[in-house]
Every structure is written in structure tokens, then in C-alpha cells.
Design a protein around this ligand. Structure first.
Ligand SMILES: C[S@@+](CC[C@H](N)C(=O)[O-])C[C@H]1O[C@@H](n2cnc3c(N)ncnc32)[C@H](O)[C@@H]1O
Length: 233
């Protein structure tokens, strides 16, 4: 992933991430005045949705460029550069969208998050899950990420001692003019790593995607996000 490098083009290419972050906030709203630490806040999609609810938000991200942009987009939050995958400071409640699937060991991360919270402290979590981008993964293989489905994520939460009070998977079908535009969107939002295929392989991948997944004059990509409202036990 190249979030720091691509921070300036993230908003332009992250329409699904924005919708999922806004849906997550609406799925289980916080009461006015809630104090929330947000992890992997990016440019502030979820941050703004939480601020609108009247919450006070400490927004954190390990990318200095994301934090700089977040500060401009959501100036009412308190922005800090911080790694969410190591021990984190005490927090009354945590919120995060589109971050945890990047952790090499999500259970260890969830345990750290659990330890930072009081009993019954709330975790509002949004994480992409299977079948997200299955059309692309079927053609390319899994890549650097290990994709989990809803049940697998719920088991990880349980083993880190979170009690899931509500959950659901939100799926959307995004139409792109062609698969090149899907690749551009993924690249521009920073979710791709260093190029690992030759131009010839890429060309045939684009051709296969366009042929196998046409829809409404373009191509379709399925996006899926697990929304979770949980408390620390
Ligand atoms: C897909 S973006 C999601 C951003 C935002 N939450 C949203 O919904 O648009 C993932 C974010 O996680 C951040 N990130 C990745 N690894 C991180 C880590 N170890 N600690 C904190 N933030 C991290 C990236 O810099 C990026 O801003």
C-alpha cells in the first residue's frame, strides 16, 4: 500500500470508501458529546460523519500526508500521526473504517485496541470483506492481503474479547468505464503496492476483466464492507 504517497489523490478515487465510512457512522450513531479516537482516519470521511453527530474526535493515521489533508477537511477534529498497529493510548471509544484488513495480525491489533478501552467501551469498525473485489481477485490471485469473510472477522473480534452487538455486510456494485479506470482508482487511492506484473500481463488482465465483467456500458466491480458495532468485554 502507498497511502502516504497517494494521499493527494485519495479523495478523488475513494468514492466507495467514502460511502462505506458514512454508512458506518449512520449504522450505529454515537450520542452527542461522545469522545472517540479514530484509527486510520485517512482524509477524514468517517471523521466528518462522526463530528456531524456531535462527537469529539481525536483522528489518527500513520501517514503524515493523510493527517495534513485530514486537518484541512475536518478541522474540528484533533489530528495526530499515530500507528494503530502497535500499543495505542487509552481511549473511551474507538472507530475505524478501511484499516484493520491491512494489519498482518489483526487479532493482536484488536487485543491492543481492547486493552486501550474501558469495559463496555465501544468499537465502531468497518472493514472490507469477501466478496469485495472478487472479480479482480479471481483474475489476479489474492495479492498481499489475506481476504476474510464476515464469519472470519466476527470470530477474530470474539477472540480479542469484543462482544459484537450489531453487524451487517454492505455490498455495492461500482461501474467503471473500463477495467483500466478500476486499476487507476485503486492506484490513485493508494491501495496497490509496487507493480509486480509485466506490461504484457497487465494488458491481458485488462482485456480479460473487460471481457468477463461487462455491465451498463462499462465494467462492474463488487465492493463489500463489514460494519460492526461492538463493545470491549
Ligand atoms: C483505505 S484508507 C481508509 C481511510 C479512511 N478511514 C476512509 O475511510 O477513507 C486506510 C488508511 O489507513 C492508514 N493506515 C495504514 N496503516 C496504518 C497504521 N499502521 N496505523 C495507522 N494508520 C494506518 C493509511 O494511511 C490510510 O489513511
Amino acid at each position: 500500500m502507498r497511502f502516504n504517497e497517494r494521499a493527494h489523490t485519495y479523495d478523488q478515487h475513494a468514492a466507495p470508501q467514502r460511502r462505506f465510512a458514512e454508512a458506518l457512522a449512520a449504522f450505529a450513531p454515537f450520542p452527542r458529546g461522545a469522545e472517540i479516537t479514530e484509527l486510520g482516519a485517512g482524509t477524514g470521511f468517517l471523521t466528518n460523519a462522526l463530528l456531524v453527530q456531535g462527537a469529539s474526535v481525536e483522528a489518527t493515521d500513520n501517514s503524515p500526508s493523510m493527517v495534513e489533508l485530514g486537518r484541512q477537511n475536518a478541522p474540528l477534529a484533533d489530528w495526530k500521526v499515530r500507528d494503530a498497529f502497535t500499543k495505542i493510548p487509552k481511549a473511551k471509544a474507538l472507530a475505524s473504517s478501511g484499516l484493520l484488513h491491512w494489519a498482518p495480525d489483526p487479532v493482536a491489533v484488536l487485543r491492543n485496541w481492547h486493552d486501550a478501552m474501558p469495559d463496555e467501551g465501544r468499537l465502531l469498525l468497518g472493514v472490507p470483506c469477501d466478496p469485495c473485489l472478487f472479480e479482480l481477485r479471481d483474475l489476479m490471485g489474492e495479492g498481499p492481503l489475506h481476504w476474510r469473510d464476515e464469519d472470519q472477522w466476527l470470530k477474530l473480534l470474539e477472540s480479542a474479547k469484543f462482544d459484537v452487538r450489531a453487524h451487517g455486510v454492505l455490498e455495492s456494485q461500482e461501474i467503471y468505464p473500463s477495467s483500466i479506470d478500476l486499476f487507476r482508482a485503486l492506484h490513485g487511492s493508494g491501495v496497490t503496492g509496487s507493480p509486480r506484473m509485466s506490461p504484457t500481463t497487465l494488458k491481458s488482465l485488462i482485456k480479460d476483466y473487460d471481457r468477463l465483467h461487462p455491465k451498463s456500458g462499462g465494467v462492474v466491480a463488487t465492493w463489500a464492507w463489514l460494519l460492526v458495532d461492538a463493545v470491549a468485554l
